[in-house]
Structure formats: C-alpha cells, structure tokens
Design a protein around this ligand. Structure first.
Ligand code: TYD
Length: 205
C-alpha cells in the first residue's frame, strides 16, 4: 500500500508521517513498512535534493524537470520495488506537491506536469493525507524553524497559491485524498485522526 503525506510548508506532515511510521512498525515485521520522502528519497548520486533546495536553478521549468527526474529515480530505486514486495510505503510529499508548488505556486501548466507523471509511468498513491493549515500558521512555523530553503523563501502570496492548489486537488480527488484540518490542533489529536483515516481506509478496501 502506498500512502502519501502532503501539505504546505510547516503543516506538520513530516512529524505525522514519522509518528505513523512508528505506530505501524509496532505491528509489522521488520522492513514491511518503509518511510521515504521527496525530494531526495534515495541514497547515492545524484543529490537532487541539494539542487532543488539550494536555489541554484534559475528557470522554473528546470525546477519541474528536476523534481520529476528525482521522482522517476525514486520510483525505480525505492517505491516500485517496495510496492512489488507488498510493503506499506509512507511517503513525505509526492506528485501532489509538484502540482501545488510548481503548477499553482509557480503557475506552470498542470496538464503538462500530469503528462510527465504519465510519461514516467509513476505509481499512483492508494491514499493521500492532506494536512490543511492556514498560510499564516505555515509562515509562523517556517520562520520559527529558521534556515529557510529557496522554495520557502518564495513569500506568502506564493504559499497561498500553493495552498489553493492542495485545496483544489483535495476537492477533485475525494476518492484518494483525505483532508485533515491541522491548524490549532495538538500533534496527538492529529495522530489519532491519521490512525482513524487509515483504519477506515483498510476497512473499505
Ligand atoms: P520538504 O522536504 O517537505 O521541506 P522541509 O525540508 O521543510 O521538510 O520539501 C522541500 C521543499 O520542496 C518544500 O518547500 C516543498 C518543495 N517541493 C516542491 O516545490 N515541489 C515538489 O514536487 C516537492 C516534492 C517539494
């Protein structure tokens, strides 16, 4: 089973993905559940994460190409083999992030980016959890963390467009994406929601 965790910067998805990973591991055999992330979810060269977060790319189209190249390599090296072995894959960001950040945020054509996903024959997640928070809360958390990466430095208007992108994806893909309202909620409360969503999803399968 392939589950992705999505949302704008500072939404808490990484904390929740890691907590849920520990939760699932308690009832699973070694290696039955894996946790991975994008960009940069595989060992070895090339280091796409460094390229994407250092601000060295000057063309928004090349940003998309590198995110998609990173995803295609990640799929071949990690995701597809794990799916074939029947593992549960928890993934911090995936293609919905490219649609939200590059298509809505950077205003590039969504149809082209979705075509790239099809062209690379990338696997579709079975379930996506979208951690929805306000742009104000996102910014407060990102500033608090300090050391902003080049995408986080793009400003509040950019992040509002990215949020609109995630909201719109969630509205249009209700069969796959579940929205978890995460502003002003404790980590434990949100974790409980994640577990409930997963259990409901398993029951309905
Ligand atoms: P992420 O690792 O989630 O951020 P953090 O280091 O704060 O946990 O992602 C790094 C940045 O890359 C983040 O600002 C979102 C952005 N991103 C895109 O713009 N497009 C994409 O396709 C992906 C996967 C990430």
């Amino acid at each position: 089973m392939f589950i992705t965790f999505e949302g704008i910067d500072g939404c808490g998805k990484t904390t929740q993905a890691k907590l849920f990973f520990e939760y699932l591991k308690k009832n699973a055999k070694d290696d039955e559940v894996i946790f991975t992330r994008e960009p940069g979810g595989f060992d070895g060269e090339p280091n796409f994460r460094q390229i994407l977060t250092s601000g060295c790319l000057k063309n928004v189209a090349s940003e998309v190409f590198v995110f998609m190249a990173d995803r295609a390599e990640h799929a071949s090296r990690v995701i597809t083999p794990a799916i074939k072995q029947g593992k549960t894959i928890l993934m911090d960001r995936y293609h919905d992030s490219t649609v939200a950040y590059q298509c809505y945020g950077r205003q590039l054509d969504k149809m082209t980016v979705d075509k790239m996903f099809e062209f690379a024959k990338l696997p579709m997640p079975d379930l996506t959890l979208y951690f929805e928070i306000s742009v104000e809360d996102s910014y407060a958390r990102v500033l608090n963390r300090g050391n902003l990466d080049s995408i986080e430095k793009s400003g509040q208007e950019f992040m509002q467009r990215v949020k609109n992108g995630f909201d719109s994806l969630a509205r249009d893909n209700k069969d796959r994406i579940i929205t978890i309202k995460s502003s002003k909620k404790s980590i434990a409360e949100i974790h409980e929601k994640v577990v409930k969503c997963y259990e409901n999803f398993i029951k309905a399968r």
